[in-house]
Every structure is written in C-alpha cells, then in structure tokens.
Design a protein around this ligand. Structure first.
Ligand SMILES: Nc1ncnc2c1ncn2[C@@H]1O[C@H](COP(=O)(O)OP(=O)(O)OP(=O)(O)O)[C@@H](O)[C@H]1O
Length: 240
C-alpha cells in the first residue's frame, strides 16, 4: 500500500516532487507560508491537477482511480461548514463513498473527536474549533486508508490538539498512512515519524524529524535562529 508523488510539478507551486508515503506512519509536511504544503497535499489527494509527473496509489495512476474517495480522506485547511445539518448527520456524510451510513465507524469517529455532547447540535452553531473536530470526524468516519489533513491542529485548544495527535497515532497503528501539514515544528518533531520540508515548491528534506528539522535546516528554510530544548520526544523550540 503506497501513495506516491513521482516528479510532480505544478507551475511555480511544486517543482519535481518525488516522495512515497508509508502506511503505519505519521508524516508531517512543514515549510514556510507559500512553500507548497497545501498544494502537495491536494495533489496527493488527487484533488489538484498537476502539470507533469504523476501521483500513484499502489502503483496505479491516482487520476481517475475509482477508489480514490473511499481510500483517501482529505481535510482542507480552515474548512467551513456550509450545510445546515446536525453534527451527527455531517459525520455520517463521511460514509458516502461506502454508500452506507454504517453506525460503528460514525460512533467511533464521534467519540474519538469528543463530540458526543454535540451530536444533535446544528453544526453551523459550533465554535471554529468544534467545527474543525466535526469535519475531521467526517473524514475518520469514512475509514480511509490514507488520512491527509491540512493544519488539523490550527483551530484546536491544547487538550484537543493532543487528543487529535493521539487519535492519528492510533490510526497509524491500525495501518493507515497519515499525512499532516503542521506549522508547529515542535509538534512535528515530537509526534511525526517522518518530516517532509518544502521550501519554495521544492522538497528539501525527507527524513526523520530530528534530521529534517535540524536547527541548521530551520535557519536555512525559515530564516530564523533557533535551538531545541528538552529531551527527545518532548522537545520545545526556542529562538536562539
Ligand atoms: N489556485 C492557485 N493558483 C495559483 N497560485 C496558487 C494557487 N493557490 C496557491 N497558489 C500559490 O502557490 C504557492 C503555494 O501555495 P500553498 O497554499 O500550497 O502553500 P502553503 O505552503 O500551504 O502555504 P501556507 O503555509 O501559507 O498555508 C503560494 O505562492 C500560493 O500563492
């Protein structure tokens, strides 16, 4: 089971990106604003036409792949809820690719995102962070093999950030491949198995977090002097 980009290029946004995601791992995409993180995520989700190269799912072209929606769950950046439906109905929409409204995956997703108390609320009446959790629950309810999430932590308070990372870890432990865009480099260093660093549309690192996010690379790519504090797994990033 692989999801891979082979020499993917798109205008000035992506330049010859080659990478292969692995199931069972959390991979983080990091990089400055405008580096191409969302573009790469969308291309890997099969949602963004590319100029050249190819995205493949198990070696087959993803474009036009019949199982794309079932196998790849995509959570856009700062999504908005456009439908006036209950939280539960919205999470059930995650089952559309399966053409059922299977109860167990919906229940599990609602519980995982701590949404039981909101189930019957109109989704549009929730706060931004609560809505973000509902939309992620919709993705999880679809039980995709691949979870591609663009800044899923951005709107969440600390407790829900840790809960979400914990849930993504469980998903990876079940054999799913998880790819998340993260601006928080300490979150990426402490919780990802692997980090892709993008800079001006180019992949400049694809390595273990400690190597991909070395202070040297952070200096080169983000242009800031930093130092890592604390012990491995509980690192904090401070300005140097
Ligand atoms: N539809 C579009 N057409 C043309 N250029 C675009 C389009 N969408 C984004 N871009 C440009 O492509 C580049 C990469 O954008 P992208 O959203 O992938 O970056 P990002 O790394 O996710 O940024 P951020 O951290 O700010 O969310 C940016 O320069 C952006 O202005």
């Amino acid at each position: 089971m692989t999801l891979a980009a082979n020499n993917v290029s798109l205008g000035e946004r992506l330049h010859n990106i080659t990478c292969a995601l692995r199931p069972g791992e959390i991979t983080a995409i990091c990089g400055p604003n405008g580096a191409g993180k969302s573009s790469l995520l969308q291309a890997l989700a099969g949602l963004l036409p590319i100029d050249s190269g190819e995205v493949t799912l198990d070696g087959e072209p993803l474009a036009g792949h019949a199982q794309r929606a079932k196998r790849i769950g995509y959570l856009p950046q700062a999504p908005e809820i456009a439908w006036d439906v209950t939280v539960r109905s919205l999470v059930e929409l995650g089952r559309i690719p399966h053409r059922d409204a299977a109860g167990a995956p919906v229940e599990a997703a609602i519980a995982a995102l701590d949404l039981n108390a909101f189930e019957q609320r109109r989704a549009q009446t929730l706060s931004g962070g609560e809505q973000a959790r509902v939309l992620l629950a919709r993705v999880l309810a679809g039980e995709p093999e691949w979870i591609l999430a663009d800044e899923p932590l951005a709107a969440l308070d600390l407790a829900h950030q840790y809960a979400l990372i914990g849930h993504l870890r469980v998903s990876a432990g079940e054999g799913r491949g998880v790819l998340v865009v993260l601006h928080d480099l300490a979150m990426a260093r402490n919780h990802a198995d692997r980090v892709l660093v993008l800079d001006q549309g180019r992949l400049v690192a694809d390595a273990a977090p400690s190597e991909a996010l070395s202070v040297e690379r952070i200096g080169e790519v983000w242009g800031v002097g930093t130092e890592w504090l604390g012990e491995e797994g509980k690192r904090a990033l401070a300005s140097a």
